[in-house]
Design a protein around this ligand. Sequence first.
Ligand code: PLP
Length: 446
Amino acid sequence: SPIEAAYREKTPGSAALAAEARELFPSGITHDARHLKPYGLYVDKAAGPIKWDVDGNDYVDFFGGHGALLLGHADPRVTAATQEAVAEGTQFAAGQRREIAWAKAVKRLYPAVERVRFTSSGTEATLMGLRLARDFTGKNKVIRFRTHFHGWHDHMTHGVASHFDGKSTPGVLGGVTDAVVLVDPNEPEQLKRVLAEDSDIAAAIIEPIGGSTGYTPLAPGFLAMLREETAKHGVLLIMDEVVSGFRLAPGGATEAFGVTPDLTSWAKILAGGMPGGAIGGRQDILDALDFDAAAAKGRDKIGHPGTFNANPVSAAAGTAALTIIAEGDACARANETGRALREALNRVIADKGVPWAVYGDFSIFHLFMQDGHPVADPFAFDPLSLPTVAMKDRPKELIRLLRLAMLVNGVDLNPACGGLVSSTHGTAEVDRAAEALSASIDMLRR
Ligand code: PLP
């Protein structure tokens, strides 16, 4: 394809490194979402909304560090705090001031959170959330919503293999996923039926912005209804705020939607661009991790080691980022740019007359293009008007070519051609994205 040829011509350095990587890693990659044919970009450095590949090309970055970078790349204040921490030692195998400051920064933005436990990733945070819920309720199963993603541990892998069919990924013990009850989002009656008929449900876990970072949004009121129904049945609500936390608003979905869960999982923005995650919420639930509280109940505590939990470097980066978010307008700025970007891209789509739409909320955007579901007016597109299954079969090859064309035109999107906006993106980046989309559609038509 001419688009692929143009991409190869622009990125010879990435091609060479990809060839080396294929001899080292399965598929040459270290995260499934970085898989791109013929090969993905190799990046040398990044600042604010821009990243530079190994050939020196610059790209407006909407992949956003998989969502970790609300403040853009290499924020000078976060970088300074991180450097200071690195120079003082990265691993003490002891308590340290920075983990206390970090937890206080979380609690400042989530006042309902009583206790926090840091992990090294979002996957570990949701895994611990489920374990805490089982221990607290004495029940076994968990409700997970179709299309919702919670990491790659055994209980939640069907979010990785397929966001839609509920099958687990190969290699997982069958019994584990048997304990995960897959429920369709936006189907209150189905949820109520499951809760009424199955008395063995410990928790419901949900992405409060909708499945797959909001690709399949939640209907208004669904989250509040879930809160009410779970409470009624003694089922814990775990809001997985790994993406939405500190992004929608400083206090994440809890603040933006006014729904308070029993437990919240965080990662990404939490650690200011470094590795890190956390689970937090009610003290009586997190007491299962407390030596004395568990002993007082005459039971074992939940074990939780983890060499790099709350390491000082992630703690420093995270505290700096959360403090900036608390004291500034980073979320509001990113949200406003997100709105402007969605509008600008939809204007291009309308002008070019392609049957697609860009949609989303806050600082997040998604591209809808679907065989059998042409969009007549992108400004009137409502993803909630389609059943979840209709969101399923995307035209993969067309999306791949559009993504490559956008790279050729200087814009990096996520593998579904959506993305996330940071507080450092502004009018210039919105304009560049719109111009790139216009040029890319022309390339696709050639
Ligand atoms: N939960 C959600 C909602 C996510 O989007 C992700 C990752 O993208 C995770 C959990 C897993 O987090 P991590 O990649 O840090 O393991």
